[in-house]
Design a protein around this ligand. Structure first.
Ligand code: ARG
Ligand code: ZN
Length: 869
């Protein structure tokens, strides 16, 4: 049943104009659809085949006449039609019964839509494919009560009341594919503003939020204006409509959606204020608002020929949103987050049975391909192109691309050709990044050639086979480099170009640099290629780079590498649960950093350097995963660092505090390091038999701050370390927030992520909490989703109860919401990396999922792929 990329066929027909009239009703919405079609190919016999899913067809006419047609499982087929004609039809849908949240559905009383990738066919019959671009005119007739706001894409043509029902007519001047269609109807608070574009046009901005939540929308509105300004300043891209609307809804399958001129958001990426949302939430709102806004060019104006090209718009837009966050928030933090996504979930995906190239070859259910590979590895590929050609040529090429293909549906190949031509580069070998799945391993070594005064660097690359592809050809990658002398000064050998990178594009290569002996090569600055690097640095060399290198990634990576070495060196001892030695060098480096911190330091970067890696990212440094030993070693490492440096952390905790409870990048840094200190103090006190002290300080932290970042840190430490204050904090949080679903998700998530077996019981218990709702994806992600995706320890508990619980939730969700079900299934697919006992338990669960009646395509594709290997 899988579709192949190479099977693409241009459509026989296109739609040019689509006129829709919605008569909204909870259970019986009537859609009248008048579409003008045009034959594109010379095949005069080709029938018109329209997609339709779960629709009830009332009538269908061609040019006003009752034509012969047949209803099929997937829509309707009209055998003989003229070259140009109009189809008029009417169908019914039931938004209230739509729990999959694809198509038209109800979210807490609001009518809203999600059409990407193939949801439009659940609204009305259409050529529901991304290469059919039409102009839309949309009339919405609301129900008598409850829908004061009626929205669709484009410009408002008319609004009023007819027969006691409100109505509105919208027209979108830009032709678009059906996946960018949107409709929203409901009652909202509206945050309004305006933006004047660089050419002086005034754009009306409107942000629609829940009634009573006006204040929580202000940051998102600011972010819209910042996005518009930034896209003009950095790339010269100016907004193209007279109005731009963003709506926040409570029921949403993913983050947000870039519908032309009418972005629809998961409310979690809109609604923030300092008392209810963390600094990270503020940062994320800005980034996601940016992402969707930037799609207006990279996605909407230039769209996709077919879904195999998804990365074309997503990777480019992720790259753009990362650059936005880098410019307006913090570059190092943005880069380090992005790298963590690659080195955690993306490496895991590349090592899993669902590994796929950034441009996949075969897809059964498109919803399964909105992945960290398509999005984030894709963005790393765009970043490599940016590295290779530099900012100014990149900017020119992007503009050439947007200009050349404006209003068209194109491919990754079109994009690459355009960049090649515009920037004058040859990307032929580089293209393998789009066609080969799997993570390249790069090995480095170096020697000194006394005779020629040369540092001789050897790099080699190797990529393991993936299920879909046995043989891998070498990738073309830029390796950013610098060199440090013994004093820690940068030295620039003549052989290194001023761009500061070398190219690795063979299985093995040698590079010579004229340098003094004892000069240290710094390899893969800024994580210039998404690879696993293995370089034989000594501990002293890592410490040297940590002290003197000016690259944020290298600094943090030196600390991470020291942690990894410790964990790997001690894994056997950890497996036997024996006593581990101290990570003395790491502690020494950390002490030096802590001793020198003051309010002038780069607190965000220092905090990232001090962080003990997550267990999830640690797991990706192993092929076979011994989860118990990794957890044991991880905890030992953290405890030893905390205990050895407890005085330093206490001092830091007292010294660095946020100046205000509000969000700002500077205070985000202060709070981050202050909260890390709190965490380390609590860990240390617990290990030192002073659990009561830990509880007191954590409780005080909770009570004395008005900021959610602080409260959440305190609650997390109380719950994860099982402190005495746990009950009090949970009670207080519950009292304050149980009626505020978004905020209350923290209550669920914190308890679902306790890094031991008790998380399983917590989840079981919380599933019947009055504030839980198994149909809301945010709630699911906060409980079962958190257990699956953010708690490898509890999920993989040797009792097998984690697997059982997760699979029970997945099978319940199979009928309710298959996309969410398939998403939280992901970690189980990699069962072959675990021990036999766990493999067996997961296999049993996967096999019983396969036996489910009415198994959804999304779950079938993933499970069957995993079982095949
Ligand atoms: N295009 C949206 C975005 O990344 C996401 C849509 C996700 N759709 C899906 N079926 N998973 O901005
Ligand atoms: Zn996107």
């Amino acid at each position: 049943k899988a579709q192949k990329r190479t099977d693409y066929k241009a459509p026989n027909f296109t739609a040019t104009d689509i006129d829709l009239t919605f008569t909204l009703d909870d259970t019986k919405t009537i859609v009248k659809n008048v579409t003008r079609f045009k034959r594109l190919t010379s095949d005069a016999k080709a029938p018109l085949i329209l997609n339709g899913e779960e629709l009830k067809l009332n009538y269908l006419k061609v040019d006003g006449i009752n034509y012969k047609f047949k209803e099929t499982k997937n829509g309707v087929e009209i055998p003989s039609v003229p070259d140009e004609f109009t189809v008029e039809l009417e169908n019914e849908i039931n938004p209230s019964a739509n729990s999959s949240l694809m198509g038209l559905y109800k979210s807490n009383g609001t009518f809203c839509t999600q059409c990407e990738p193939e949801g439009f066919r659940r609204i009305t019959y259409s050529l529901d494919r991304s290469d059919v671009l039409a102009k839309y005119r949309v009339t919405i007739i609301g129900p008598e009560y409850g829908c004061g706001v009626l929205l669709s894409n484009g410009n408002l043509i008319e609004r009023g009341t007819k027969k006691n029902r409100p109505y509105a007519i919208w027209e979108d001047p830009f032709p678009k594919p059906s996946y960018l269609f949107a409709l929203v109807a409901g009652t909202f608070d509206i945050v309004s503003d305006t933006f004047t574009t660089m050419s002086g046009r005034k754009v009306d901005l409107e942000l629609y939020v829940d009634r009573g939540a006006y204040e929580r929308g202000l940051w998102a509105m600011q972010s819209i204006k910042d996005s518009m300004k930034w896209d003009e300043g950095r790339w010269g891209l100016e907004f193209d409509l007279d109005n731009f609307k963003v709506v926040a809804v409570d029921f949403f399958n993913f983050g947000a959606m870039e519908n032309k001129g009418l972005n629809v958001f998961n409310s979690v990426y809109v609604m923030v204020d300092p008392t209810c949302a963390t600094d990270t939430a503020f940062y994320n709102v800005q980034s996601v608002i940016g992402h969707e806004y930037f799609h207006n060019y990279t996605g909407d104006r230039v769209t996709l020929r077919d879904w195999f090209q998804l990365s074309l718009k997503e990777s480019l837009t992720v790259f753009r949103d990362q650059e936005f966050s880098s410019d307006v928030a913090n570059r190092a933090l943005t880069r380090l987050h992005a790298i963590n996504v690659i080195r955690g979930p993306q490496f895991a995906e590349d090592a899993s049975p669902m590994a796929h190239p950034v441009r996949p070859e075969e897809v059964m259910e498109m919803n399964n391909f909105y992945t960290v590979t398509i999005y984030d590895k894709g963005a790393e590929i765009i970043r490599m192109i940016h590295t290779l050609i530099g900012e100014s040529r990149f900017k020119k090429a992007l503009n050439d691309y947007l200009h050349k293909y404006d209003g068209q549906a194109v491919t990754i190949e079109d994009f690459l050709c355009c960049f090649e031509e515009s920037a004058g580069v040859d990307l032929s070998q580089f293209r393998r990044w789009y066609t080969q799945a799997g993570t390249p391993h790069v090995k480095a070594s170096w020697t000194y050639d006394e005779e020629n005064k040369n540092l001789v660097l050897k790099l080699s690359q190797h990529t393991n086979p993936t299920r879909d592809q046995q043989v891998k050809e070498p990738f073309y990658m830029p390796i950013r480099m610098s060199f440090l002398d013994k004093e820690g000064h940068d030295v620039h050998p003549a052989e290194l170009s001023s761009d500061g990178y070398i190219i690795l594009n063979e299985n093995e290569q040698e590079y010579r640099f004229t340098l003094d002996r004892d000069t240290l090569p710094v390899i893969l600055r800024d994580f210039s290629a998404p690879v696993k690097l293995d370089a034989p640095y000594t501990i002293e060399q890592l410490q040297h780079m940590l002290s003197f290198c000016d690259d944020a990634f290298i600094k943090v990576d030196c600390a991470t590498t020291m942690q990894n070495r410790y964990i790997h060196d001690n894994l056997e001892i950890a497996a036997a649960q024996s006593v581990l030695k101290d990570p003395a060098e790491l502690i020494a480096s950390y002490k030096a950093i802590l001793d020198s911190v003051d309010s002038q330091s780069d607190l965000i970067l220092i905090n990232e350097t001090l962080k003990i890696q997550s267990i999830a990212n640690l797991m990706e440094t192993f092929d076979k995963i011994n989860i118990d030993a990794i957890k044991y070693a991880h905890d030992a490492l953290e405890t030893k660092v905390a205990v050895s440096l407890v005085n330093e952390f206490v001092e830091l905790y007292g010294k660095i505090r946020a100046l205000s409870a509000n969000y700002s990048v500077a205070d985000m840094g202060r709070r981050a390091i202050n909260n890390s200190a709190l965490h380390m103090i609590a860990v240390a006190k617990c290990a030192m038999d002073k659990k009561k002290d830990a509880s007191d300080i954590v409780l005080n932290h909770y009570n004395s701050s008005k900021n959610m970042t602080d409260k959440l840190q305190a609650m997390t430490d109380a719950v994860h370390l099982d402190l005495e204050c746990k009950t009090e904090i949970l009670k207080s949080f519950e009292k304050d927030w149980s009626k505020d679903a978004l905020v209350f998700d923290n209550f669920f998530r914190v308890q679902a992520t306790v890094p031991n077996k008790s998380a399983i019981d917590n989840v079981k218990k919380l599933l019947s909490h009055p504030s839980y709702d198994g149909k809301n994806p945010n709630r699911v992600r906060a409980l079962a989703g958190a257990l699956a995706l953010s708690n490898p320890v509890a999920l993989n508990d040797i009792s097998g109860e984690g697997y059982d619980l997760l699979c029970k939730q997945i099978s319940a969700l199979n009928d309710i919401n298959p996309s969410v079900a398939a998403r939280i299934l992901t970690p189980l697919l990699s069962f072959r990396r675990l021990d036999e006992k766990r493999q067996g338990m997961i296999l049993n669960n996967l096999n019983s999922l396969m036996q489910m009646p009415k198994l959804s395509r999304s779950i079938y594709e993933k499970v069957s792929t995993a079982l095949k290997e």
